[in-house]
Design a protein around this ligand. Structure first.
Ligand code: FES
Ligand SMILES: [Fe+2]
Length: 444
């Protein structure tokens, strides 16, 4: 590998090429954890995961930062560093649960209120006259620097200087609105369990793949053909089976169809494909659901909500959402060649059970480690990780439709088969790595 200066990110990311060390260099991975994952707003969880005081959910912001999402007795939701103020032990070990009364460290029994403040130190007498002050906030479970939520989706940032969450989300925020507005009550809640899927490759592969519309008809060809053959055998009355099978063939859509869907990029690395149309547009709609939407919103607004069809939306770098199927995937890096994807499903409040069943079906079919689509993607990421260890070339290219992106006031738009998504992500990657945060490009 050619030596490249550690901080010369212009040499690692050009407008049309990436250096392969972005996927293979452990030092660069550590820098990414500090500068991207240590600055950006990282998705933590949904408020519906902690409905009652004392309910908690644990995760980590980057590979080194365990945190706990918890609801306090006044119903406020906190994101705390999961570290004891005494000698540093991780306080909450379980993935989720309901604490009674207080959080208690398993080492020396210090207890904490649900807002993180220190409640009690055992055998306090030994501290008398030592200068130890139990009310000093330095002994609390520390709050993460910035915490905010949007329509129940809780984000946290390790950076005190991060822009406000709303500003950071920019125009991509409309996708959270669309996901929630698909409920006649305007609210969603986590339903069912989580599908947790470890990937033996660099975390950026899955982000690059989300709006990569040049791959589905190749990578997913075999399952699309099998699904089409199965659908051809279904009699007209097999509506249930058709509804299940219809999820697969759109993954084999043509280049033209994907091109029409377009890609839209925003500041800070966010983007989505689709809008007017996506591979989810043609799913059949439960008539009872349609009725409930009409009753809540009226004809025009219902059409507007159901007509905004994105495919994958990325909130760079930790969260991707699918509005039309009420499913999200959460990215958690572990090392330069390992990360975890968590797939969560949501219920649209006030809708028939069939809507949740389709969401769960989609998650099982597409996102699970036993699914029919996600494992195809992992196989090609794994091959890319292997191939990029080769000294044959130092570069990965992304020229597609370069120079044709249209720069608008708050977004960049372009063809659905373009590499606009790569340009959007790596503009942000470079800005974060250089220590700044990312606005829109000022050139065409
Ligand atoms: S490390 Fe937690 S109580 Fe001592
Ligand atoms: Fe794919």
């Amino acid at each position: 590998m050619q030596p490249i200066a550690d901080r010369n990110f212009d040499a690692l990311v050009t407008p049309t090429k990436l250096h392969r060390s972005l996927y293979t260099d452990p030092t660069l991975f550590e820098l990414e954890m500090q500068r991207i994952w240590g600055q950006a707003w990282i998705f933590i969880g949904h408020e519906s995961q902690v409905p009652e005081p004392g309910d908690y959910f644990t995760t980590h912001i980057n590979h080194n930062e365990p945190v706990v999402l918890i609801r306090d007795k006044n119903q406020a939701v906190h994101v705390l560093h999961n570290r004891c103020g005494h000698k540093g032990a991780k306080v909450v070990e379980n993935r989720s649960g309901r604490a009674r009364g207080a959080l208690r460290c398993a080492y020396h029994g210090w207890t904490y209120r649900f807002d993180g403040s220190l409640q009690k130190v055992p055998n306090e007498k030994g501290y008398e006259g030592t200068g130890f002050d139990a009310t000093d906030p330095c002994y609390s479970m520390q709050p993460v620097a910035r915490v905010d939520s949007y329509r129940g989706f809780v984000f946290a940032s390790l950076s005190h200087t991060a822009p406000d969450l709303i500003e950071w989300m920019g125009g991509a925020r409309a996708c959270f609105d669309n996901l929630c507005d698909r409920s006649p009550e305007g609210e969603v809640e986590v339903a069912g369990g989580v599908l947790r899927y470890e990937h033996a490759c660099n975390w950026k592969f899955i982000l690059e793949n989300l709006n990569d519309t040049m791959h589905p008809m190749v990578v997913h060809e075999s399952i699309v053909k099998a699904a089409e053959a199965y659908i051809a055998t279904l009699p007209p009355e097999a509506a249930e089976q058709r509804k299940e099978a219809e999820i697969i063939p759109p993954f084999g859509a043509s280049y033209e169809k994907f091109e029409d869907s377009g890609i839209t990029g925003f500041a800070y690395g966010h983007h989505y494909d689709g809008g007017k149309t996506s591979i989810h547009s043609a799913y059949s709609v439960d008539p009872d659901y349609h009725e409930a939407m009409l009753a809540a919103y009226g004809e025009q607004r219902t059409q507007d909500i159901l007509g905004f069809n994105t495919h994958n939306v990325l909130f760079y770098p930790s969260l991707t959402i699918k509005c039309a199927v009420q499913n999200i995937r959460v990215i958690r890096p572990i090392s330069v060649d390992r990360f975890i994807v968590e797939s969560w499903s949501f219920r649209l409040k006030g809708t028939p059970e069939s809507m949740l069943q389709r969401t769960l079906l989609y998650s099982r079919l597409i996102n699970s480690s036993m699914g029919m689509v996600g494992p195809d993607d992992l196989e090609v990421y794994r091959r890319a990780q292997t191939g990029l260890a080769s000294s044959a070339s130092d570069w990965v290219e992304f020229h597609r439709q370069y120079g044709k992106d249209q720069v608008l006031a708050d977004r960049v738009v372009g063809g659905g088969t373009s590499d606009l998504d790569m340009r959007t992500q790596y503009r942000a990657w470079k800005a974060y790595m250089e220590g700044s945060m990312q606005g829109l490009p000022d050139h065409g």
